[in-house]
Design a binder for this molecule. Structure first.
Ligand code: HEM
Length: 390
């Protein structure tokens, strides 16, 4: 549809009017000119805490909470990436059955990825590490909050789980605060700025909840790309000085092709853009996936080539997987580093084969690799001591 009737067109979905906008410069122009006419659409957590999540905040509230968060993320230590690689590597190696050259059962692999991501997010956001008493309590409570995916309509089970997580974190904050300036989590860095109110705490809780599904789903895509593009995995395994840069380029190219799909807004009052009426109440889908496939933005847009991210980086009118306006993802750089750590750990420890051959499927919130896709891991032998390429 984007090619045939785009770049702007209308349709009906889920009983309401949708307007689709394709092309990053066009999306940016409309978002900028009409930021006060558009409201971000996201999960309603109003029964759990006031003001909602950052994505739906506007004006001063948004500026205040976002700037505190960005400052706390900026104060995280720069050398986290090395720890991430070794942690992810250990999690992968510790899994029994990884090295027997048989496909890992689909659900086992999904659960492994979900666990790697939850452990990492609990560490970076809350400062809770595996082995600490609060860790197991958090894992159990997050199991109640969602489990197989983000629960969009908050019910009593979510309210109970949310209260449990907030109580664990309040107890934990007391000790985090006591740890002082050496702490390395977003929560600890926020506590350095002053008291963390219920709105900020609720936001942190939901960042972990939403981030864990998104990152685990993205890690599954990365594993699929790794199985499809062994040449790049070999290059990452063998790279020394450039390993981080090549792994990051691999991640950025995967994000250009998959997972980063759209921004959704609701029209608050009528306006006209690109010759179309955007009537009050309509939904607008700013099409990121399609925009990333435009030949104006990238040559041979459907082929996987991380090389396009080595050297000169495409600007935001050609590449914007983390959003376009003032709601851009504050965890963009962190997500790329974490995902690059995952790819590096995969490349360093394993050759990855492919089991399952179907087409991608529409999951709960994103397109995903085929339902039957599962990787086949075999151990990668350390490269020869003379360092020559095979
Ligand atoms: C590959 C991983 C990720 C992608 C592709 C991604 C993408 C995005 C996008 C496109 C937006 C803008 C949404 C909009 O304008 O409607 C956004 C916002 C946001 N993301 Fe991410 N994200 C990722 C990972 C994460 C993680 C791991 C976290 C936290 C744990 C996170 C936290 C947030 C927050 C809090 C916002 C709202 C910012 C605001 O409204 O000011 N994201 N993300």
């Amino acid at each position: 549809m984007a090619v045939e009737v785009g770049p702007v067109f209308k349709g009906r979905g889920w009983g309401s009017l949708w307007i689709y906008v394709v092309g990053l410069p066009r999306c940016r122009q409309i978002l900028r000119a009409h930021e006060d006419d558009l409201h971000p659409v996201t999960i309603d957590v109003g029964t759990l805490f006031d003001k909602g999540i950052l994505r739906q905040m506007e004006g001063d509230d948004h500026r205040r909470y976002r700037s505190a968060l960005v400052q706390a993320i900026g104060a995280l230590p720069a050398d986290r990436a090395e720890g991430q690689v070794s942690r992810v590597g250990h999690s992968l190696k510790d899994m029994s059955g990884l090295q027997d050259a048989a496909p890992m059962p689909v659900q086992t692999f999904k659960s492994l990825l979900a666990r790697i991501v939850l452990d990492e997010l609990a560490h970076v956001i809350f400062g809770v590490e595996p082995g600490e008493p609060a860790h197991d309590e958090l894992v159990a409570a997050y199991g109640e909050l969602g489990g197989n995916g983000l629960v969009w309509n908050i019910g009593t089970r979510q309210a109970r789980a949310y209260a449990a997580i907030a109580a664990i974190l309040r107890r934990h904050s007391a000790t985090t605060e006591a740890r002082g300036p050496a702490s390395t989590s977003v929560l600890a860095n926020l506590l350095q700025q002053g008291p963390v109110d219920a709105v900020m705490l609720g936001n942190l809780i939901y960042m972990v909840e939403m981030g864990r599904y998104d990152m685990a789903a993205f890690f599954r895509w990365l594993t699929w790309f790794a199985a499809m593009h062994q040449d790049w995995m070999q290059r990452i395994a063998e790279a020394t000085d450039t390993q981080q840069a090549v792994a990051a380029a691999f991640v950025m190219e995967a994000l250009r092709l998959e997972q980063s799909e759209r921004l959704v807004r609701r029209v608050k009052r009528d306006f006209v853009a690109e010759g179309f009426l955007f009537p009050k109440g309509a939904n607008v889908r700013f099409c990121i996936w399609e925009s990333h496939k435009s030949p104006d933005a990238h040559a041979e847009p459907f082929s996987f080539d991380p090389g396009r991210f080595l050297g000169e980086r495409p600007g935001p009118d050609r590449y914007s997987p983390f959003g376009i306006d003032r709601h851009q993802c504050p965890f963009g750089a962190y997500s790329i580093r974490l995902a690059a750590a995952f790819v590096t750990a995969l490349a360093t420890h394993f050759h990855i084969g492919l089991s399952g051959s179907g087409a991608p499927v529409r999951g709960l919130y994103h397109w995903e690799p085929a339902e039957d896709f599962s990787p086949v891991f075999t151990e990668r032998k350390p490269r020869s001591t003379n360092g020559s390429r095979p």
